[in-house]
Design a protein around this ligand. Structure first.
Ligand SMILES: Cc1cc2nc3c(=O)[nH]c(=O)nc-3n(C[C@H](O)[C@H](O)[C@H](O)COP(=O)(O)O)c2cc1C
Length: 187
């Protein structure tokens, strides 16, 4: 394939769709211990420095982290409503909870207070014993708490479908020996 490159295409989609906050939500699928799929919505929080990985944040106590500890492969599915295009990004997920991680600290610093406060709520998924209004508003620290984890997806395969235009277009990119190879395929 000529000049197609999924990272540029994804950045272009982010730029063209940024007027609607929902375009930063993507669905992230992992594999449960019993082999069945688990899927949920998360917020895209940016790229790692060299743009190779997608960043999300999550709670150390969440089930997705137990799942990726057993099976690190996951897939993100991301639909941009304004430009009508979908990216499916398959690859390895890693959790960064390191206290000396510069990116983890920076990402914490960029969160809204409402997003930060969630990391002080009772254990996600555990039976409800108090209503959120019973939980006192925490003092929000400048450094991330233990339960704050940066979740990174290193794509190995990307499937990009553009619905806009006739004909629709679809590109499939694969990382082969450290280099991306993209192919135009039938939509
Ligand atoms: C719009 C939206 C955005 C969300 N963003 C996140 C997020 O960035 N990180 C996260 O861990 N959960 C996020 N959630 C909650 C997850 O979808 C999910 O319910 C939670 O993480 C528990 O998932 P798990 O039990 O599979 O770990 C979001 C939910 C919605 C509806």
């Amino acid at each position: 394939m000529g000049l197609y490159d999924w990272q540029s295409a994804l950045k272009e989609a982010l730029r063209k769709n940024k007027r609607d906050a929902h375009n930063r939500y993507l669905q992230l699928a992992t594999v449960r211990e019993d082999g069945s799929p688990a899927n949920r919505t998360v917020v895209f929080r940016g790229f790692t420095e060299n743009s190779s990985q997608l960043c999300m944040v999550t709670d150390l106590r969440s089930e997705k982290l137990a799942e990726i500890a057993l099976q690190p492969m996951g897939e993100a599915c991301w639909y941009f409503t304004n430009t009508r295009e979908q990216f499916r990004l398959r690859g390895e997920l890693t959790a960064d909870g390191a206290s000396d991680s510069v990116q983890r600290r920076a990402t914490w610093g960029n969160l809204s207070d409402a997003a930060k406060a969630q990391f002080f709520w009772p254990e996600p998924g555990a039976p409800l014993t108090s209503t959120p209004s019973d939980v006192p508003a925490p003092e929000l620290p400048d450094t991330p708490p233990n339960d704050f984890v940066l979740l990174l997806l290193a794509a190995e395969e990307v499937d990009h479908l553009r619905l806009r235009g006739t004909p629709q277009t679809r590109f499939r990119s694969r990382l082969v020996d450290g280099l991306w190879q993209a192919t135009a395929v039938n939509p």
